[in-house]
Design a protein around this ligand. Structure first.
Ligand code: ASP
Length: 342
């Protein structure tokens, strides 16, 4: 008697949202424009030979990801929600420009996610001879349909799988467009796909909860030598502003100039949350290490520790979008919610 268990083919949903991966050259305007998604399986016949069953969902209006808005992130989370029981994993074809924002936002929307949600795209369009689209898409599907559980929102690009809310697009021209400086890759694909099991999330014990709501009343201020206090002040006096990310130097340092500090002080007094995130891609904010960050801690600026700017902004939008009071947002911001900070 054959006791071999019959392997069940996994079901993977490919969601097409737009981006270079699905673009073609339009002769009239000499620009790249989104193409008909039905082309995907024609362009990549290998998809039919993978050991899984594929489903397809295309956004009605594919976008260049530079046009992504919070409503787009919510639409995407709803596609996952509606198909969550039917599919074992999700591949999101997405433009690279704001992929790290979408991955971060999705990670906050999908609480207790127990399935792979892998964003991928390409630097060259699918139709280009040297395209990186095929291998990015094929390996993403293989990871999602594989035996190793990947219960999190990830980005797969150029042979590496990253935690989505730890990633950033760091080059616009190389094939390895993404990096995760403060968290190791979750997997690396060579002749074999090697997983870093210790780095992967564990499957949640509770069911998926899909949140909704983002509040965009937040700001990002990049500090630079010579920045005018009025620029900061005016930004922090934007009507209805709830929080701002301050992109500081090194381990969280900023000028000690009194005029600068008093602008931050006043904003905090008005109830605005200020988050200290480093301009460095790697490393962590350590408020108080230098005098140039001690005064920020004293004023009540919150340390973003090793969070990326993308994750910090989407986390703030998400937390305020849940209608929490600023004190609760502050507490939750300081907590590691989805593996986005140490
Ligand atoms: N502008 C494109 C986008 O982000 C670039 C890309 O797909 O790589 O949609």
């Amino acid at each position: 008697m054959n006791r071999k268990k019959k392997q069940v083919r996994k079901k993977i949903l490919i969601i097409y949202t737009g981006g270079t991966i699905g673009m073609i050259h339009q002769a009239r305007t000499h620009t790249l424009v989104p193409f008909d998604f039905r082309e995907v399986s024609r362009q990549i016949p290998e998809l039919h030979h993978l050991n899984c069953n594929l489903g397809y969902h295309a956004f009605v209006h594919p976008i260049d990801s530079a046009n992504a808005q919070p409503s787009f992130w919510e639409e995407l989370s709803q596609v996952v929600r509606k198909n969550y029981r039917r599919y074992d994993g999700f591949i999101v074809l997405h433009g690279t420009d704001t992929m790290a924002y979408t991955a971060s936002a999705l990670s906050f929307l999908l609480e207790n996610n127990g399935k792979p949600v892998i964003l991928t795209g390409s630097q060259l369009p699918l139709g280009a001879i040297r395209t990186d689209a095929k291998r990015n898409l094929i390996t993403s599907v293989q990871i999602a349909a594989g035996d190793i559980p990947v219960p999190e929102v990830c980005i797969y690009f150029n042979n590496r799988l990253f935690r989505g809310n730890r990633s950033e697009k760091y080059t616009s021209s190389k094939f390895e467009a993404f990096e995760s400086y403060n968290y190791p890759p979750l997997a690396e694909a060579g002749t074999h796909i090697l997983f870093n099991k210790d780095a992967l999330m564990k499957k949640p014990g509770t069911p998926l909860k899909v949140h909704s709501g983002f509040d965009t009343n937040i700001a990002l201020i990049k500090i630079f030598p010579g920045i005018h206090r009025d620029v900061i002040d005016i930004t922090l006096r934007t009507p209805n502003l709830k929080a701002a990310v301050l992109e500081t130097f090194g381990s969280g340092n900023a000028p000690t100039d009194k005029a600068f500090i008093s602008v931050l002080d006043q904003a905090i007094q008005r109830g605005i949350l200020l988050i200290n995130v480093s301009q460095c891609s790697g490393g962590t904010v350590e408020q108080g290490k230098y005098e140039t960050s001690y005064h920020l801690a004293k004023a009540g600026v919150i340390s973003g520790r090793d969070i990326t700017t993308e994750a910090a902004l989407t986390k703030l939008m998400f937390l305020f979008g849940q209608k929490y009071a600023p004190e609760k947002v502050r507490k939750l911001f300081e907590k590691n919610l989805r593996g986005e900070m140490n």
